[in-house]
Unconditional design. Structure first.
Lengths: 249, 287, 351
């Protein structure tokens, strides 16, 4: 199977509430896959399950052949899944470059504080250059030495993606990357995601239908925690059930 | 030395009376956190101000209960002023910042009282003297009054929170501040009143606990750690949890004194705290 | 040229030659602190300086944790006190051999070993407390450190046979051998003690500075800015918080050991809760996150305290009020303000 990431009967219950209901899902390597659905359809819960923020009530999540249920977020990251957040979670007092560099540190050494306590981090030119390069990639080249507080909202969303990118993970889960962006900013974002997708596999949750239809290779529609439909943008657009439930909005 | 049934009964009653008085302080502490996301390190200092205030005002009015109530009201007003000046500006910050700022209050309040009244322990006049003999033991009325008084006030607080408009607004703010705001809850006023109410309760608690535990400028720090342990074990923000945890800790400490040296009681409280935090970090009844 | 322009020129020259500037500052500091001060100050004055250095060291250790990783501890008095007791107990039990092992005498013979013991014992305590407490939220962690410190204090007072209880124990210090046969210091002599402490403070600063400039330092700042995100970029933030707490504890223990040596006495006041509070005040007033700010903050406020307490007993009240105001209005502290002030001139010189 070429599926990079797949779920098998994934279910999450909160007391009596079923947030995610028996979801079978697969993500192909190299694709851009979008998850859409009305509010409360279970999209963010699904993300949290995939990244180890929540434990499922039932079901399995396979990354390659490995079941990653029960792994912590940093373990899952090591296996190759990184996420960005709907509300930006940035390192506020630090500069753009420092934010990205931190993620690079996580990629390279991360867990133990004991190994690299005595070298001067600013002497590591390679690391700095890598961080600056990623800043360029997410269109923050000019702002690379500015602190997060000085950035506009749109730029912050770029940094949010940049951090996920810096972790080196093959699979990027982007949670509403276009949240709060203007139409032109969203256009720019679409271009950025397409560029990134050349080297990574991308799964994203979104509300903005123009964005979704514009960049998705495949779309999964969630409703009340269940998979309503799955397929190419064209198939989804023509799907009667989907149109009834969701696309009309 | 064999343990008698009488001893156990006395210590059980002690545990309950200390537990309930502690509950009074802890409940008001957890209320502040629940409603305002502020951890009030100086909560014990307001308790102390209540004790000293009562002593001073009794000198003017002669009656213990009147003095206590007036002192508690004055402390509450003082609390509202303090909240307005120092806590409002840092409201959006991390609760850790509130811990640090209120720690500053501890310094200032303690030193001020030390300057004015001196460091030696004072006597809190006891409102009720005499003892009650029953079931083979003799128990001071003082402590019984403390139990009853604390129960009445805590019961009153529960009623206030569930029945009155202000109480319901406070509970709504503690659940979800933004939702409460959109429903028209005036956050600023609710916060000020919550804080005033809470520190007023702490001051009131002095009326019951201070005659037992004594009065000195450091009495606040003596009580705050226990209060924190109660609040954390019970669950930050849970009034019911604070009462349960306070009774639990009061009883455990009092009963353990029967078999262990008295300084171990604090270690036991700490052990309880550690166990709860390791097993259920949100506390027994916390979210 | 106006004064402002002159300052701008100095600052820009300094910026362009960072190495030269640094060496110049080191030279001045060396001359002033290493030569002028000790040789021109009377012994009683040196005694005050010694304590200033010790408290400054304590605050600097606290700042490494609080200023860089944002971890708050209300129980640092235990770390300081344990360092002091670790230093004192082998000395006070010299001659005794529990289980036939002359362990006390092993340490009691050498000041170096005693100071190392101070560091190690405090670090172990911090490691244990940190590891137990780390699963909890930051607010609970702070309160747990307080709880542990109180328990430690209670134990020390109640285990009087071992620790000397309430009354404490006077100590007899051996000589400090720096170079065998060539250089020994008598710690009862203020100037000798001054040199020892100064060197220790400088070395500690160098080590801590290295750590804050390292990748570990970058991660600690990440802990301070957004601890939740770290997990999602592959960093186990708990280990770093424990590391910050432990290293801070080690430095605090060292300060405690020096304190015991300075007083040649050990008592439970070294573990008093008041110390936990004072170190926070020194750090915040001095300027968290700068290492040097709290070093000066601790030293300066102690100095003011010593001078003022001859005249007034209520000096802690204005200090407390200032502290509250600082947290609300100027969280970057005095050192932070100074840095901002200097930055102004940087901007100007670029024009």
């Amino acid at each position: 199977m070429s599926a990079l990431l797949r779920t098998d009967g994934l279910t999450k219950k909160f007391g009596g509430l079923v947030a995610v209901d028996d979801v079978d899902f697969s993500l192909e390597k190299g694709e851009i896959h979008c998850i859409i659905g009305p509010n409360g359809a279970g999209k963010t819960t699904f993300f949290n399950l995939l990244t180890g923020g929540l434990e499922p009530t039932e079901g399995a999540i396979y990354l390659g052949d490995k079941n990653i249920v029960g792994d912590t977020p940093d373990e899952i990251l090591e296996d190759g899944i990184a996420r960005s957040f709907q509300v930006s979670e940035l390192f506020n007092g630090l500069t753009v470059m420092e934010n990205l560099r931190l993620a690079l540190l996580g990629r390279d050494r991360g867990r133990s504080p004991l190994w690299f306590a005595f070298s001067n981090i600013d002497d590591d030119e390679e690391l700095k250059e890598e961080a600056y390069a990623i800043a360029e990639k997410v269109k923050l080249g000019e702002e690379a030495d500015k602190t997060v507080d000085a950035l506009a909202h749109g730029k912050k969303r770029n940094l949010e993606i940049g951090i996920a990118l810096s972790t080196g993970a093959d699979v990027l889960l982007l949670d509403e990357p276009a949240a709060g962006l203007t139409t032109s900013e969203t256009e720019a974002l679409m271009g950025l995601i397409r560029e990134i997708a050349e080297e990574r596999t991308i799964l994203l949750v979104e509300h903005d239908m123009d964005l979704v239809m514009g960049i998705a290779d495949r779309i999964t529609v969630l409703h009340n925690g269940r998979v309503l439909a799955q397929g190419s943008p064209g198939e989804i657009q023509n799907n009667e059930t989907v149109k009834e439930v969701y696309l009309g909005e | 030395m064999p343990v008698t049934a009488g001893e156990v009964l006395v210590q059980t009653l002690n545990g309950i009376s200390i537990g309930l008085s502690l509950a009074l302080i802890a409940v008001s502490l957890t209320l502040i956190f629940g409603v305002m996301d502020i951890v009030n390190f100086a909560h014990g200092e307001f308790y102390m101000l209540g004790a000293y205030g009562t002593i001073v005002i009794i000198g003017f009015v002669g009656n213990y209960w009147v003095g206590l109530v007036i002192a508690a009201v004055l402390v509450a007003i003082f609390g509202a002023v303090v909240e307005w000046i120092t806590l409002r500006p840092i409201r959006d910050r991390d609760p850790l910042q509130s811990l640090i700022v209120t720690f500053g209050f501890v310094l200032v309040f303690q030193q001020t009282i030390l300057e004015i009244f001196g460091g030696s322990p004072k006597n809190m006049p006891t409102p009720i003297t005499g003892t009650l003999t029953f079931a083979g033991i003799t128990y001071p009325w003082n402590r019984i009054a403390a139990m009853v008084g604390a129960l009445v006030i805590i019961g009153g607080l529960f009623l206030f929170l569930s029945r009155t408009r202000l109480g319901i607004m406070m509970r709504a703010s503690s659940q979800d501040l933004d939702a409460a705001r959109t429903l028209g809850v005036p956050a600023d006023r609710v916060f000020s009143i919550s804080f005033a109410l809470s520190v007023g309760l702490a001051a009131l608690a002095a009326g019951f606990l201070a005659p037992i535990r004594g009065v000195s400028p450091t009495m606040g720090t003596g009580v705050i750690l226990d209060a924190f342990i109660v609040v954390i074990v019970g669950g930050l923000g849970s009034v019911f949890g604070a009462v349960v945890a306070a009774l639990l800790i009061g009883l455990t400490q009092s009963l353990s004194i029967i078999v262990l040296p008295s300084y171990m009681s604090q270690i036991i409280a700490l052990l309880l705290l550690i166990i709860v935090l390791l097993v259920k970090p949100e506390g027994l009844f916390g979210e | 040229m106006s004064v402002k322009q002159r300052i701008s020129t100095v600052v820009s020259t300094a910026e362009e030659n960072p190495r030269m500037t640094r060496y110049a500052i080191y030279l001045v500091a060396f001359v002033v602190l290493g030569v002028i001060v000790p040789l021109t100050s009377p012994s009683s004055q040196l005694g005050v300086y010694n304590l200033m250095l010790i408290w400054g060291l304590f605050a600097m250790g606290f700042d490494f944790m609080y200023g860089y990783s944002g971890v708050v501890s209300f129980g640092h008095s235990a770390l300081f006190g344990l360092g002091a007791y670790a230093f004192a107990i082998p000395l006070s039990h010299a001659g005794k051999a529990p289980l036939g092992i002359g362990i006390y005498d092993f340490f009691a013979g050498s000041i170096w070993l005693l100071l190392i013991l101070s560091i190690v014992i405090a670090a172990i305590y911090a490691l244990v407390v940190g590891t137990i407490s780390i699963r909890t939220r930051e607010v609970y962690f702070a309160i747990l450190t307080l709880a542990f410190a109180q328990v430690t204090y209670t134990l020390v007072i109640n285990l009087g046979d071992f620790t000397g209880g309430y009354n404490g124990i006077p100590l007899t210090l051996p000589e400090l051998t720096v170079i065998p046969g060539v250089l020994t210091l008598d710690l009862y002599n203020s100037m000798d003690f001054y040199y020892l402490t100064l060197v220790i403070v400088v070395l500690t600063y160098a080590v801590l500075r290295r750590l804050t400039n390292s990748p570990m330092g970058a991660v600690l700042r990440g802990v301070r800015e957004n601890v939740d995100r770290l997990e999602y970029i592959g960093i186990d933030e708990r280990r770093y918080r424990i590391a910050a707490f432990t290293i801070s504890g080690a430095v605090s223990g060292l300060a405690g050991g020096l304190y015991a040596a300075n007083l040649s006495f050990i008592g439970p006041s070294t573990m008093d809760f008041v110390l936990s509070g004072e170190v926070i005040v020194w750090t915040i007033l001095g300027g968290a996150g700068t290492l040097l700010g709290p070093l000066f903050g601790g030293a300066l406020i102690y100095y003011i305290q010593e001078s003022a307490s001859n005249f007034i007993t209520w000096w802690l009240i204005p200090v407390g009020l200032l502290f509250i105001a600082m947290v609300i209005v100027m969280p970057e502290g005095i050192a932070g303000r100074v840095i901002k002030f200097v930055d102004q001139f940087r901007g100007n010189s670029e024009n």
